[in-house]
Design a binder for this molecule. Structure first.
Ligand code: MN
Length: 239
């Protein structure tokens, strides 16, 4: 009864109220002033895209973004809500659902959909119509310390994205203060390994196939050169 009332009130709150209410609930994965998806209310909602569907053209077309956000990302949200209705996960923040189901074969469907909701929200933020170019100085220093140069970091991100066999993600992460590039398969994400994600590139075929067909390298390199949101990565790095 109490849970239902809370859900009802959440639905009535305006967006600002919703975000403020969510902010307090996301403790498990609070990223020091960086990414913090709205995720406390049920049913879980599809977060708005941070730009227009055509804002990433020509690198990612409105056609790709329309399907990717409007069908794939929305599909994960809808599936997750169906899967958790009436279960112990209903009413939990997204991050709690991910933490509670990670690594358990019998919970794979809930984990996969929850993680994919999180991953896509993080991916949209990892891209910007004004992205690419040089990282801000504070991030550039960290990149040079870890990889030698920004180009070397981009090469490692691209190489890692290309070497992911099948569906998955390439990530720039912080591991106890040091930057690293990693890849994850399917819906897996760095959070469950205790790594702090700074940015990601989606390398599922649905992310690029309409625009690039099999040419994953062209998609990844164009994203790194023109769209990657270094500002977002710096905010997530916490400085
Ligand atoms: Mn995707």
């Amino acid at each position: 009864m109490e849970k239902k009332d809370a859900r009802h009130s959440a639905a009535l709150m305006d967006r600002r109220g919703f975000l403020m209410a969510s902010a307090g609930a996301v403790a498990w994965l609070a990223l020091d002033g960086g990414f913090n998806p709205a995720s406390a209310a049920q049913p879980l909602s599809l977060p708005p895209l941070p730009y227009a569907e055509n804002a990433l053209e020509p690198v990612i077309t409105a056609n790709t973004l329309g399907f990717h956000y409007g069908k794939h990302h929305k599909g994960y949200v809808d599936n997750l809500n169906k899967l958790i209705a009436g279960t112990e996960y209903e009413g939990l923040p997204l991050e709690k659902i991910i933490a509670a189901t990670a690594g358990q074969a019998e919970k794979a469907a809930v984990f996969n959909n929850a993680a994919q909701v999180w991953n896509h929200t993080f991916y949209w933020q990892s891209l910007s119509p004004k992205g690419g170019g040089e990282p801000p100085a504070a991030l550039k220093q960290k990149i040079e310390a870890a990889f030698g140069s920004v180009d070397a970091c981009k090469k490692e991100l691209a190489g890692t994205a290309l070497s992911q066999f099948g569906s998955g993600w390439a990530w720039l992460v912080m591991d106890t203060g040091k930057l690293k590039v990693i890849k994850t398969a399917n819906a897996e994400l760095p959070l469950t390994a205790g790594l702090k994600p700074l940015l990601t590139i989606d390398v599922w075929e649905h992310a690029y196939y309409l625009d690039y067909q099999n040419r994953r390298a062209d998609y990844v390199n164009a994203v790194l050169d023109k769209l990657i949101n270094w500002e977002f990565a710096l905010r997530n790095a916490g400085s």
